[in-house]
Design a protein around this ligand. Structure first.
Ligand code: G3I
Length: 388
């Protein structure tokens, strides 16, 4: 009796299984037929500037995430983070799903690593590095030489030029050496130029002279010959005096044989005044002609000073993100697209300006914004365009 009952149940379940298999096969065939050209994902192109028409999940197949598209395109889509955030499951679920790149927003800065001369505490930076390794994320190292967020023992010191050289070399050698082979790109020198494109008379310029930049790259290269070494600068994305200064500086470094591999374009932008995409493309191209890569390193688009309704600004923000994503994807040398924070909640901007803002890809409630779908559409179109 028992056997018969089980047997009839199992026949029923066989029939169900057959039905499910047949339906799934039918759905797969329909998806394949609709999906031309063939791709790993069912993608359809959207016209430029209609990025906000969404890619809705279907019953049969969830759409790929931004990260999955980025992996397919061999493009780094990253974000700035902090080890303190990595214990929040909502945060990590979004991070893991959508990003294949990570950078410490503050955790690798000198003042965080070494509050006493010669003593380093890597425990927090290690948390970030280990997390990235466990989740197959590429890490950008930020930053070795900057005049902000330095330890007090250093800023309060009065030493000779040679002593400062020893200190800087020790720092670079220690930090780059610790993570050798695990950092895809280092921001070796951060923000060395003023708005006119001249070297800023910052702490390191005064301590060592203009050579601090060349020396920093040489020491970083010696500590990790495989790491890509970047000069990271703000407001030098389009064509202006500052980007001309970056171009002149890195050209001079290459002529001297300094090991530099790329330029970081920070891109802390304002909605009312974004760079002209064609200028960014031209800037990227002239760096490509020098043999240099470009990474977009700290992208955010602040809304607080722009006129208009919130909804209108969010859509316009999407257009800025989309333009930059398309520009980067079209450039032969632009390999990374990092935003400066995961969701609007984690942006540095409200803390700095004292005003609310929504500058990133995801809203405070973790939901994707028009900016997300804009980058998504740009990436999807780049993948489709590359298919035979
Ligand atoms: O963690 C302390 C906290 O303990 C303390 O109570 C609080 C009081 O002010 O400060 C907290 O530290 C702040 C830290 O951010 C973390 O929130 C620092 O004061 C503050 O100076 C620091 O700001 C960082 C800023 O760099 C420093 O200049 C921002 O988070 C960080 O987003 C920003 O990032 C820079 C890039 O490194 C280089 N490019 C520009 C970009 C934006 O300024």
């Amino acid at each position: 009796m028992q056997y018969t009952k089980n047997n009839s149940k199992s026949r029923k379940s066989d029939t169900n299984t057959l039905f499910i298999c047949f339906s799934s096969l039918l759905v797969c065939l329909l998806v394949l037929a609709a999906c031309k050209p063939a791709s790993n994902f069912a993608l359809t192109p959207t016209p430029i500037r209609q990025a906000t028409i969404t890619v809705e999940p279907t019953a049969s197949q969830a759409p790929p995430t931004l990260r999955q598209l980025a992996d397919q395109q061999k493009w780094l889509v990253g974000t700035a983070s902090d080890p303190a955030y990595l214990t929040n499951p909502q945060y990590t679920a979004l991070l893991d799903a959508e990003f294949n790149g990570l950078v410490g927003e503050n955790v690798m800065k000198w003042g965080r690593l070494s509050v006493e001369r010669g003593i380093y505490d890597f425990s927090k930076a290690d948390v970030l590095m280990d997390y990235a390794a466990r989740h197959q994320m590429a890490v950008r190292g930020h930053t070795l030489v900057w005049d902000l967020q330095l330890p007090d023992w250093l800023t309060q010191s009065i030493l000779t030029r040679d002593e400062y050289k020893v200190i800087l070399k020790e720092h670079i050698t220690t930090v780059v050496g610790r993570y050798a082979g695990r950092i895809v790109a280092w921001d070796v020198v951060n923000e060395p130029l003023d708005a006119q494109g001249h070297l800023r008379q910052n702490f390191w310029f005064q301590a060592i002279g203009p050579e601090y930049i060349l020396l920093a790259f040489q020491w970083a290269h010696a500590a990790d010959p495989e790491a890509q070494l970047f000069l990271n600068e703000s407001f030098a994305e389009g064509l202006n005096e500052k980007s001309q200064g970056v171009y002149a500086l890195v050209s001079g470094m290459l002529e001297k044989g300094v090991p530099i591999h790329g330029v970081g374009m920070q891109m802390h932008l304002r909605l009312e005044n974004p760079p002209v995409p064609e200028d960014v493309a031209e800037n990227m191209q002239r760096l490509a002609e020098l043999g240099l890569k470009v990474h977009i390193t700290e992208l955010d688009v602040r809304l607080q000073d722009a006129p208009g309704s919130r909804d209108g600004k969010l859509v316009a923000q999407g257009v800025v993100f989309e333009d930059l994503a398309r520009t980067c994807l079209a450039a032969e040398n632009c390999e990374a697209f990092f935003t400066w924070g995961l969701t609007d909640h984690y942006s540095w901007i409200p803390g700095m300006t004292g005003k609310d803002d929504e500058p990133l890809l995801f809203a405070e409630n973790w939901q994707p914004k028009p900016a997300y779908w804009a980058v998504y559409a740009a990436l999807r179109d780049a993948i489709l365009a590359a298919q035979p």
